[in-house]
Design a protein around this ligand. Structure first.
Ligand code: PLP
Length: 467
């Protein structure tokens, strides 16, 4: 399988190249040149497979010749063997139509583990093969940092530098990062906001003095391999609920549009998806874009669901590219005009194409609290504030008679215990696997929010591309 950039001019790469590259050199995102399709019979045969086996089947067409089917199955078995639930992503039933897909049984309690546990192993495999070192640089407002650090801790050919805004992540989130003491893990608390940290990371990807010496890699959802791994659980849930013979709808709490784009890919691969509900909090740029075609950046309002407090959704570009007929030149023009004016209008083809599968809903603080208290009082389930946005949207949307609606549960409720307790009166317990988090030693450096200081620190501690 070949991967091309959404902006049309970067070199096409194979799966291995796209996994190690992160962002394309023309500023675009890598997407497969075509979508593999499964027949009804092939989807029917997926029912009842162990998760690791299903994952290997769904991902093999994207991986192509970069890994043999046996090797891919070994990697998925290892990645998903670390999950605390045998089903990896179990389904829970709320009522006759509403379901919950629990994606938080990985080591750091958020759905990002599903993709990052595999991505760490893919990095290791490809870097060994090339005899190359990788310098992962990322910024986090919480969940990505801990999941990425857990996934690459101790890997020989990877160093990870994770920037977080000092004092602005929760204690659980910080400790999940800073208590990992492996020598290749470098936690940096910077003076400033998440946006400041993110801007410095982007600058490093374009800093020739750095990129000439170091292979800089990405762990956020601009990395295609992450989205690929997330396609799997849409298949897992749908076949349990009767696909391919029955349509299934999904409600997805959305920030960077990565998770919901994975659902779009599943539909393109032949999964009978009735509707994909894009669930936002009050940071609703996607809700506005999908209801009126107006994609314009507002200011970020902090909410109880911080991983969705985003105004520019990187992966939306992948959707617009696909709906616009995979025209890289047109996409490059559209994104250039967005970057200049912070606003753009969807084309007719993009708006109509999106409307065929996607719908959206927005949850404010009251909606989130009501969804949490409904899930607890009616169904005995504690859900976190991100998941609450999805459950609110699922209950507010008509997906047709007899269509099951699956809300994606993206974080364990204990990760956002204060908000859950305020809405339900119940304090969710931290699972045993992270139970001694508050006794462990922490390691973290504090640096000024100054690009030169951060770049010097990375250069002093990272291992060059080949060396
Ligand atoms: C990252 C995250 C999201 C948003 O996912 P996207 O792929 O960025 O849309 C939602 N919920 C939680 C808990 C997250 O960590």
């Amino acid at each position: 399988m070949e991967y091309v950039s959404t902006r049309g001019s970067a070199q096409a790469l194979d799966f291995e190249g796209a996994t190690l590259a992160g962002l394309a050199s023309d500023g675009g995102l890598y997407v497969p040149r075509e979508w593999p399709r499964f027949s009804e019979a092939e989807i029917a045969e997926m029912a009842g497979l162990p998760y690791a086996e299903l994952a290997a089947r769904v991902m093999q067409p994207f991986v192509g010749v970069c890994l043999t089917p046996d090797r891919l199955r070994q990697l998925t078995t290892k990645a998903y063997g670390r999950f605390a639930h045998r089903a990896v992503t179990p389904l829970v039933q709320f009522d006759e139509t509403q379901w919950l897909l629990e994606l938080f049984h990985g080591p750091t309690l958020a759905f990002k583990d599903v993709a990052l546990q595999l991505l760490g192993l893919l990095f290791e495999e490809f870097l060994e093969r090339r005899g190359q070192n990788l310098t992962v640089v990322g910024a986090t407002s919480g969940d990505t940092g801990s999941a990425a650090i857990d996934a690459v801790a101790g890997l020989e050919k990877v160093d990870i530098f994770m920037l977080h805004p000092r004092g602005r992540v929760s204690d659980v989130q910080r400790r999940q990062m800073t208590t990992v003491l492996a020598p290749n893990v470098h936690n940096i608390a910077i003076e400033g906001s998440f946006d400041d940290a993110q801007a410095m990371v982007k600058r490093m990807f374009n800093d020739r003095a750095m990129t000439d010496r170091f292979a800089i890699g990405a762990v956020n959802s601009i990395n295609w391999a992450r989205l690929m791994a997330q396609v799997v659980y849409y298949f897992a849930a749908a076949v349990q609920l009767g696909a391919p013979h029955r349509q299934v709808a999904f409600s997805v709490p959305t920030g960077n549009f990565g998770d919901v784009f994975a659902g779009y890919v599943a539909a393109r691969m032949g999964l009978p998806v009735a509707k994909l509900i894009v669930a936002t909090n009050v940071n609703d740029i996607l809700h506005r874009a999908l209801t009126s075609g107006d994609y314009s950046q507002g200011t970020v309002t902090p909410t109880a669901a911080p991983s969705m407090d985003i105004q520019v959704s990187s992966n939306f570009e992948r959707l617009l590219f696909d709906l616009g007929g995979a025209d890289g030149k047109a996409m490059a023009d559209q994104m250039a005009s967005f970057e200049a004016s912070k606003a753009m209008q969807l084309s007719n083809a993009q708006a109509q194409g999106a409307a065929r599968l996607l719908t959206s809903a927005r949850a404010d603080a009251d909606d989130m609290n009501r969804a949490m208290s409904w899930a607890w009082a009616q169904c005995g389930e504690l859900i976190d504030p991100h998941t609450a946005c999805a459950v609110h949207a699922a209950r507010a949307t008509d997906c047709g008679p007899g269509v099951p609606v699956v809300s994606l549960a993206t974080a364990h409720p204990a990760k956002f215990g204060d908000a859950v307790e305020r809405a339900t009166g119940q304090r969710p317990a931290l699972p045993a696997r992270v139970g001694d988090l508050f006794e462990r030693e922490e390691r973290c450096v504090e640096l000024a929010g100054d690009y030169a200081v951060i770049a010097d620190y990375v250069a002093d501690h990272a291992v060059p591309r080949s060396g």
